[in-house]
Design a protein around this ligand. Structure first.
Ligand code: ADP
Ligand code: ZN
Length: 211
């Protein structure tokens, strides 16, 4: 099974992708997480893209496309995968088609812009394993610590007001056109994102026709 999950920044893509990874036994691939890891390890790729990320802009298509190409060639992707944050532009979606990848569905999580700002300001991420948390909507068992690995939770550099506004406008301009792209192919499934994680999950499973 191959799924892409899309939605506005802070809309809960990463969290839902993790749940689907467990549920379906397929690999979760987050382009944002791959990029942030490269930045923290100061690899050539990381150094080349860190300014785009800090501003809330997209990383150039060719960079992300070759990143994904490499990642999905790994053995843990044989049984399928969930692409979280890719494709994010029409050229990325077209590149994927020309690689011969056919998705089973494109799942969209819809959240209003107003809700996004509150969500992003409370978002935290494990500095070690990148697991997502939210101080209000998805808190860790021990404050400031990752449930899975005990790592310290951090706030992402792009979860600051100026970058949040930019990411939202980039989403509307560049990523939302993908709804139509996948609708035309009969692959679009939409789930409403809710405050409560469990409600969003319910909508997601319903949209996928699993429950
Ligand atoms: P969010 O959706 O919450 O903004 P992500 O972790 O998916 O978080 O992405 C963070 C940042 O990584 C994006 O703002 C963008 O700069 C970069 N990025 C991730 N995926 C892509 C992509 N497919 N194309 C271009 N840039 C990307
Ligand atoms: Zn962790």
């Amino acid at each position: 099974m191959k799924i892409t999950i899309m939605g506005p920044p802070g809309g809960g893509k990463g969290t839902q992708a993790e749940l689907l990874e467990k549920r379906f036994g397929i690999t979760h691939i987050s382009t944002g997480a791959i990029i942030r890891k490269a930045i923290s390890e100061r690899t050539p790729l990381g150094l080349a893209v860190q300014d785009f990320i800090a501003k809330g802009d997209l990383v150039p298509d060719d960079v992300v496309i070759s990143m994904v190409k490499e990642r999905i060639a790994e053995p843990d992707c044989e049984a399928g995968y969930i692409l979280d944050g890719f494709p994010r532009t029409i050229p990325q979606a077209e590149a994927m088609e020309s690689m011969g990848i056919s998705l089973d569905c494109a799942l969209e999580i819809r959240v209003e812009d107003d809700a996004i700002v509150e969500r992003l300001s409370g978002r935290r991420e494990c500095g070690k394993c990148a697991a997502p948390y939210h101080v209000k909507f998805n808190p860790p068992k021990v404050e400031g610590k990752c449930d899975k690995c005990g790592g310290d939770l951090i706030t992402r550099a792009d979860d600051v007001p100026e970058a949040i506004r930019e990411r939202l406008s980039v989403y509307h301009a560049q990523t939302e056109p993908l709804r139509r792209f996948y609708q035309e192919r009969g692959l679009l499934r939409t789930a409403k994102g809710c405050e409560e994680l469990a409600d969003t999950t319910k909508n997601v499973l319903q949209a996928l026709g699993v429950e």
